[in-house]
Ligand binder design. Structure first.
Ligand code: 26W
Length: 813
């Protein structure tokens, strides 16, 4: 890639030129935001040429392309990463310095596109980065939500949610493609007619929503490829039905407008908990219909109308079941619009669709009421019915008489549409996101299908892009690594392994440690800027950052902090290396228990702060509004990574990988990708505790688990739990956490007591933490573990993940 485009002086000139042309301002007059916009625009200019070229090249090349369909893309800010991918950070840093602008002044001005809840959305974003860098033709497809995931405020000891109006000042990175606007149809009636000996189905009296694509660039690192992330905005076709309006039918005159106005309005703040909302169904269909219409149009322009060629030219990746209706929509388009018969359409569809499962939590499995689907998408429902009929026929041949098994595998059963069964039965590939998760979906979640078509099932362990999660967010560590082992790791992250011998090099360890300490100071500054708080960089940083969910067991962490507090208060000789427990987590709006856990953590933080003795050793910090930018600031500063989910529940985890890469040591259960992290890092460099997935499954099946026994036997647990509700935490209203307490010991709403085994795993967790404290005192020992973790993290780069997807599933050139 020619880097001459980025001479310092040309960059300076173009920044000044932008300020003048866009805002009529000199550098002195410009606000920070205007400077940000000018700098970003100069980068965009550089991206544009490559973007156009990539499209042209792909058109000429005639190769296969992957469409990555995802209801979430948690992108995070893009300016710095784009500069990095263009290999322009150095030139820009020089230019900015001469203009007396610092990255820090302008980076914070960029609104963060938070178009995702957590892991699944962030994974999609990391995938875009690696796809472009590996020079693979791909288009990401999602919705251009006007409001991203809510902004979290912590006030009065609890979470409140505020809208995330990220587009209010526009978005430099997006380009509307008006030539690709398509219509998406909802509701209506299906009629059939005979035409040339075929039955042709038509939808009439439907409601139309227009889908307008806005593309954002995904810039490959150090290569010319720029792929597109296509985000669809919903728009009403007619601003007003003038006929209805003049007849006085005001409500119906704006009917279409209403649906169009809400579809791309807001991202659902649901993570691992499914709610069958009509609007959500409309969002899903809107995304897949618009994306597939575009994909077919593009195919036709490149290859004509021999649709049998489609599986050689396009693969659609279904990121969890949310875009699963892509299967049915492709059937509809091929039959109703392109005139294919059922068998042909289905054969093509089955060869084009690949599905990844991201969770085995029962409450996350998508099921739509049949009558809802029938009303909103009548033609889609018809196709589903026929697809289900044919599937059940096949299943009946295979499992004669086994009604229950067949009902369990069917797409339609008991009045519901089972999205996972749709995806598993109609895709050519089904994959899990870690080894353990892959095993669980085969042996359990999709057992019957795995028996029938074992070869369809694979697992591909998740990853994270080491460009954002090491090079960009931890530049000092990146520089130290390059100094030690050269820069091969940048292109081949598994070469980080060459760092391994340096764990025995005292001067290297020393420098590693200085960088960690520096990163803690940087984080403290960040915190001051963001929520007017500081954190002592001399403390050990013990970090648990992820969506708030019972299975992730932030409650276990909190309970342990509570016990530590009591140890300090009860024993004047108690000592430990000072530790700050740092949380970052949003709880879904309606998830009462999750919100209660936040209250518990914040109450502990207050309790500790009131004790001069406790706060010398122990602190609790809750980072407000956890998002990608906060992660970029905190992860490089972390010492200990909490990955403590109930074994068998966390499909993979990716925060665990980011923390490992930045030299944090993991304390965790053998769950998700922790299993592979522990193999990579080695048993001496990770703190494992608790039951494994097999034990959890067994104890759950037995149904004999009795947390009350643990409560009675373990004084530390008993004391902490009692204090939860005796006014120690909330003197004015001791009962606030009553239901948390009650759930742990008795269960609630028919649920079992301590359903996620917090008390059961507490003992080994607490011992593991004691070992952490002991080891942390031995600086050299600890640093060796930290360096080993960074050195062995290369496997967890999405460059490896994407190469695996390509080899096992997509087969792009
Ligand atoms: C329909 C409600 C709903 C919404 C989101 C159900 C499920 C989800 C996602 C699947 C939740 C999610 O983000 N899952 C996470 O995906 C990551 C990427 O594979 C994994 O690393 C995490 O373990 C998994 O929890």
């Amino acid at each position: 890639m020619p880097s001459t485009e980025f001479t310092k002086d040309r960059i300076k000139q173009s920044i000044l030129g932008k300020l003048q042309r866009y805002y009529g301002k000199t550098l002195d007059e410009a606000t920070s935001y205007q400077k940000y916009y000018a700098v970003a625009s100069t980068l965009r200019d550089q991206i544009m040429a490559r973007w156009v070229q990539s499209r042209e090249d792909d058109k000429k090349d005639g190769g296969k392309r992957v469409y990555y369909l995802s209801i979430e893309f948690l992108l995070g800010r893009m300016m710095f990463n784009n500069a990095l991918s263009l290999l322009a950070t150095e030139a820009y840093t020089k230019a900015l310095t001469e203009l007396e602008i610092s990255w820090r002044d302008i980076v914070y001005e960029e609104p963060e596109p938070g178009l995702g809840n957590g892991g699944l959305g962030r994974l999609a974003a990391c995938f875009m980065d690696s796809l472009a860098t590996l020079d693979l033709p791909a288009m990401g497809c999602t919705i251009r939500y006007e409001y991203g995931l809510f902004r979290q405020k912590l006030t009065g000891g609890q979470q409140i949610e505020l809208p995330d109006d990220w587009l209010q000042n526009g978005n430099v990175w997006e380009m509307a493609s008006m030539e690709d606007v398509v219509e998406v149809h909802f509701e209506g009636q299906v009629t059939s007619a005979q035409q040339d000996g075929r039955t042709v189905f038509t939808l009439s009296d439907y409601r139309t929503v227009e889908a307008v694509p806005y593309d954002m660039p995904a810039v490959g690192y150090g290569v010319n490829r720029v792929n597109s992330l296509r985000t669809w905005r919903a728009r009403s076709k007619q601003s007003l039905d003038l006929g209805a309006f003049s007849n006085g039918d005001f409500l119906n005159a704006t009917k279409e407008q209403d649906l169009a106005a809400v579809i791309s309005k807001v991202l659902y703040p649901e993570d691992n908990h499914y709610e069958g909302k009509t609007l959500r169904l409309c969002q899903h269909y809107f995304l897949v219909s618009a994306s597939l219409q575009y994909a077919l149009k593009d195919f036709e322009a490149r290859f004509g109308s021999d649709w049998r060629l489609l599986p050689e030219k396009a693969v659609f990746h279904i990121n969890d079941t949310h875009p699963g209706l892509a299967i049915v929509e492709l059937m509809r388009l091929l039959m109703d619009e392109k005139g294919l018969g059922w068998d042909e359409a289905q054969a093509i569809t089955n060869r084009c669709m690949a599905y990844t499962n991201h969770t085995v939590m029962a409450e996350a499995l998508e099921r739509w009421p049949e009558d809802l689907l029938k009303r909103q998408l009548p033609r889609i429902y018809m196709i589903l019915e026929e697809m289900n009929r044919r599937l059940c026929e096949k299943l009946w041949d295979r499992f004669p008489g086994e009604w229950d098994r067949i009902a369990h595998m069917a797409i339609l059963a008991y009045g519901m549409v089972h999205m996972a069964n749709l995806c598993v039965s109609q895709s050519f590939s089904v994959n899990g996101v870690s080894k353990l998760h892959g095993d669980i979906i085969k042996a359990d979640t999709f057992r019957d299908y795995a028996q029938m078509t074992p070869r369809k099932f694979t697992f591909i362990t998740n990853g994270v892009t080491h460009r954002r999660w090491l090079m960009a967010c931890n530049p000092r560590l990146a520089a130290l690594i390059t100094e030690a082992i050269g820069d091969k790791w940048v292109r081949e992250p598994q070469a980080l392994r060459d760092l391994l011998p340096f764990r025995d090099d005292a001067s290297f360890r020393e420098r590693f440690q200085i960088i960690k300490r520096h990163n803690k100071e940087v984080f403290s500054d960040f915190l001051t800027h963001r929520q007017d708080m500081q954190v002592d960089p001399d403390f050990m940083f013990d970090v648990q950052v992820k969506r708030l969910h019972e299975y992730k067991r932030q409650l276990l962490n909190a309970l342990h902090i509570h016990v530590l507090y009591n140890r300090i208060m009860d024993d004047p000789n108690f000592d430990m290396p000072p530790r700050v427990f740092i949380f970052g987590a949003k709880a879904s709006r309606g998830y009462a228990k999750a919100k209660m856990i936040i209250r518990y953590v914040l109450a502990l933080s207050r309790l500790i702060d009131r004790s001069p003795r406790a706060k010398k050793l122990l602190r609790v910090l809750f980072v407000e509004n956890w998002n990608v930018s906060a992660a970029e600031a905190l992860i490089p500063a972390a010492d200990l990574s909490e990955q403590i989910s109930t074994a068998g529940k966390e499909a993979s985890g990716t925060g665990n990988m980011k923390l490992m890469m930045n030299g944090a040591v993991t304390i965790g259960t053998l769950d998700g990708a922790n299993v592979e992290i522990s193999h990579a890092a080695g048993r001496d460099n990770i703190y494992l505790f608790g039951m494994n997935a097999g034990q959890v499954a067994a104890i759950y099946k037995e149904g004999t688990y009795n947390p009350m026994g643990l409560f009675e036997r373990n004084v530390e647990i008993r004391k902490a739990l009692t204090q939860m509700i005796d006014g120690t935490l909330f003197p004015d209203n001791p009962a606030i956490l009553q239901s948390l307490y009650h759930d742990l010991l008795f269960g609630s709403g028919g649920g079992r007591a301590d359903n996620y085994f917090v008390l059961r795993d507490f003992g080994t967790y607490s011992s593991a933490h004691d070992q952490v404290s002991e080891d942390y005192r031995d600086r050299e020992l600890w640093l060796k573990k930290a360096v080993t973790n960074t050195a062995m993290s290369g496997y967890f780069s999405t460059d490896r993940t994407i190469a695996d997807y390509n080899e096992k599933i997509w087969r792009l050139k």
